[in-house]
Design a protein around this ligand. Structure first.
Ligand SMILES: [Zn+2]
Length: 548
C-alpha cells in the first residue's frame, strides 16, 4: 500500500460530507450552525456529540472524542489513515493519487510487513504447540489449574515455546532469515529460540497485530530466572506502550465507558471468562503516560485492581496519581493480599461496584502511614490540595475529618484552596470558575478568529493553566483549530461580543491580581486601568445583552 499524496488527502477532505458520514452512525439534528446527536463512541441518553459541518470536525462533551472526518472513519470503521482516506474517496467519488515512494521507503514498509508476518506466524506456531503437542500437557495443566478454559485461551492466542531451534527452523523453511528472526525478538544472539519451555501470551497493538510476547515460566530448571520475560525491545516492540488485551477489550471499553485495569495477563483471561469484558493488564504495576493516552481515547473511567500488597507501593500510587491528574475518574480495587482477580473472578462486578475513589483510597493510605494525627492531617491536606473539588473529594474530606476526629473549624483547613490542575487534559466537567473563563475565552477566539489579534496582545501570563497557554499559542500562531474549543463556543452560545468580553475579563482578572500586591505608587495607575477595562465591559454589555 503506497502513500497517498497530501493534495489527494485535502481533496478527499473537501469532498467529504461529515454530516452524512456521521449520520451513518448516529442520528444528528441541526442546532444553529452545528449538528448534534448522541455520541457513537460512548453510551449516553442525552446528545453531547457536536459536529461542525464547515470545518468538518466533531467533538463529544461526554467522552472527549474528537477529530476530523478522517479520524471519524478511522475510529468507526477500524481503518488506518490511508484506509480511511480511501474509504472516503470511494464514497465521495474522488480519484486519489499516490506518492512516488523512494526505494528506501518501500524497503522500510516491506520490512515492517515482513516482521509482522513473521510474528503472526510465530504466534500461530506456538498456539499449535500448546494445544496439539505432547509437550504441551504441562502448560495445559497449568492453565486448567488456574481455571482458564480452552476457549478463552484460544481467543487470546496463548501458545507454548518449546525452545532449542524449533521455531527458528520452521521460520527458515518459510523463507525468513536469521536477521529477521532477531529483529522480531524471536531468537537470541546464539541463534536459538528466544523463549524456551514457556507459556506465551502474544502482545498485540490496538489493532490486534502481534508485536511481541510475554512468556511465563513453567518449570524450575528454566535458564531464564524471572517468572515473566518479555520480548526484547526492538523495531516493533516497546513495552511501555502496551496494554495487554486492549485489542480484545476496545469495543467493550468504549461501549461500557469504563476500563478495568489488572496486573496480570491471566487476570485478564479469568475476568473475560467470567463475563467482565472491558479488561486490560498494565504490564507492570504503574500505568505509563502512553498507556493512559491510549485508554483516554476510549474512556475516562478507570477501575484499577491491585493485589493488596502491590496496591500501596509507591510505583502503583504514582500510576494512579498520574491517571487522576489527567482527569480520569479513578476507582481503586485493592484485593486481599495474595489473591488476584483470577481467584475472585466470580462476583467481581460487585467488587467493582464497591470500589473506592482514588482520593478516598489515597486519603486512607496517608492516614494509615502517618505517625500521628498532626502528620496525618498534613499528608491528607497535601493530597487534597492537588485536586479540584468534586463529590469524591468531599467524601475524602468527610472520611478524614471523621478518622482524625477533627472539629468543624479545622475541617476547612484540611482542604483550604482548590488548586487548578496544571498537567494533562482537563475533563470539561471539572473546570473551576477561573479555568472556565480561560477556556471559554479561547473557545470564543476559536469561533471568531477576527479576535486573534486581541488574544495575541493578551500575553500568556493571563492564563493560569499550561494547557491553556499552549492553546493560546496555537491560536495566535494560526495553527490547527481545536475541535473541543470550537464545539464549546457553539454549545455555550459564545458570540463575537461575548468572546470579546471574556478576553476583557481575563485582563481584568490580571489587573485585580496585580493590585492585590502592588506597592502604593502603582495602585492609582492600576485602578485607573481597571476602571477603563470595566467601562469597556459595560459598553460591550449594553451594546447587546449577553446571553450566558
Ligand atoms: Zn462520547
Amino acid at each position: 500500500m503506497a502513500l497517498i499524496k497530501d493534495t489527494s488527502v485535502e481533496e478527499v477532505k473537501a469532498a467529504s460530507d461529515v454530516v452524512a458520514v456521521v449520520s451513518g452512525r448516529t442520528q444528528l439534528r441541526k442546532a444553529g450552525p452545528r449538528y448534534v446527536g448522541r455520541c457513537p463512541f460512548h453510551e449516553e441518553r442525552t446528545p453531547s456529540f457536536s459536529v461542525n459541518p464547515v470545518e468538518k470536525f466533531y467533538y463529544c462533551f461526554g467522552c472527549g472524542a474528537k477529530g476530523d472526518v478522517i479520524t471519524f472513519v478511522r475510529e468507526t470503521e477500524q481503518l488506518d489513515f490511508a484506509g480511511a482516506v480511501e474509504w472516503l474517496a470511494d464514497r465521495f467519488n474522488v480519484q486519489i493519487e499516490y506518492e512516488e515512494t523512494t526505494p528506501e521507503q518501500d524497503a522500510r514498509r516491506r520490512r515492517r510487513e515482513r516482521l509482522l508476518e513473521l510474528l503472526d506466524a510465530a504466534a500461530t506456531f506456538y498456539e499449535r504447540y500448546l494445544w496439539d503437542s505432547q509437550a504441551g500437557s504441562l502448560a495445559r495443566d497449568y492453565l486448567a489449574g488456574r481455571g482458564l478454559n480452552e476457549e478463552v485461551c484460544r481467543e487470546y492466542r496463548l501458545g507454548l515455546a518449546l525452545g532449542g531451534t524449533t521455531l527458528a527452523r520452521k521460520a527458515f523453511e518459510r523463507g525468513f532469515t536469521r536477521e529477521e528472526l532477531a529483529a522480531a525478538g524471536l531468537v537470541n544472539r546464539r541463534g536459538n529460540d528466544y523463549f524456551s519451555g514457556r507459556l506465551l501470551f502474544p502482545l498485540a497493538d490496538a489493532r490486534g497485530r502481534v508485536l511481541g510476547f510475554q512468556a511465563r515460566k513453567l518449570r524450575e530448571d528454566d535458564p531464564m530466572r524471572a517468572k515473566y520475560v518479555n520480548s526484547p525491545e526492538g523495531e516493533l516492540f516497546r513495552k511501555g506502550d502496551m496494554l495487554y488485551g486492549l485489542d480484545r477489550a476496545r469495543a467493550a471499553i468504549a461501549k461500557q465507558e469504563r476500563a478495568v485495569v489488572v496486573e496480570g495477563n491471566t487476570d485478564v483471561l479469568a475476568l473475560r471468562q467470567a463475563g467482565v469484558e472491558p479488561v486490560v493488564a498494565s504490564m507492570g504495576t504503574a500505568l505509563t503516560d502512553r498507556q493512559l493516552k491510549e485508554l483516554g481515547r476510549l474512556t475516562k473511567r478507570l477501575w484499577l485492581c491491585f493485589d493488596g500488597d502491590a496496591a500501596g507501593e509507591a510505583a502503583t500510587l504514582r500510576g494512579m496519581e498520574l491517571a487522576a491528574a489527567q482527569g480520569f475518574e479513578v476507582h481503586v480495587v485493592a484485593l486481599p493480599p495474595g489473591l488476584d482477580p483470577a481467584d475472585l473472578a466470580d462476583g467481581f462486578e460487585q467488587r467493582l461496584g464497591s470500589a473506592e475513589s482514588y482520593l478516598l483510597y489515597r486519603t486512607r493510605i496517608e492516614i494509615e502511614r502517618a505517625a500521628d494525627r498532626q502528620e496525618a492531617f498534613v499528608r491528607v491536606r497535601d493530597v487534597l490540595a492537588r485536586f479540584e473539588d468534586s463529590p469524591q473529594r468531599q467524601d475524602a474530606i468527610r472520611f478524614a475529618a471523621d478518622k482524625l476526629d477533627l472539629p468543624k473549624e479545622t475541617q476547612a483547613g484540611l482542604a483550604p484552596r482548590v488548586a487548578s490542575p496544571t498537567t494533562g487534559q482537563v475533563s470539561p466537567r471539572l473546570l473551576d470558575a477561573g479555568a472556565r473563563l480561560e477556556r471559554h475565552a479561547l473557545a470564543g477566539v476559536t469561533a471568531h478568529r477576527s479576535l486573534v489579534p486581541i488574544l495575541a496582545e493578551l500575553g500568556p501570563e493571563h492564563f493560569d493553566s499550561e494547557e491553556h497557554r499552549q492553546l493560546r499559542e496555537q491560536l495566535v500562531a494560526g495553527g490547527e483549530l481545536d475541535p473541543e474549543l470550537d464545539a464549546r463556543a457553539a454549545s455555550e452560545g459564545i458570540d463575537a461580543r461575548t468572546a470579546e468580553e471574556l478576553l476583557l475579563r481575563l485582563r481584568e482578572r490580571r489587573i485585580r491580581r496585580e493590585l492585590a500586591d502592588a506597592d502604593p505608587a502603582r495602585t492609582l495607575e492600576l485602578q485607573a486601568t481597571l476602571a477603563r477595562i470595566r467601562a469597556a465591559i459595560e459598553e460591550l454589555a449594553s451594546a447587546q445583552p449577553i446571553s450566558r
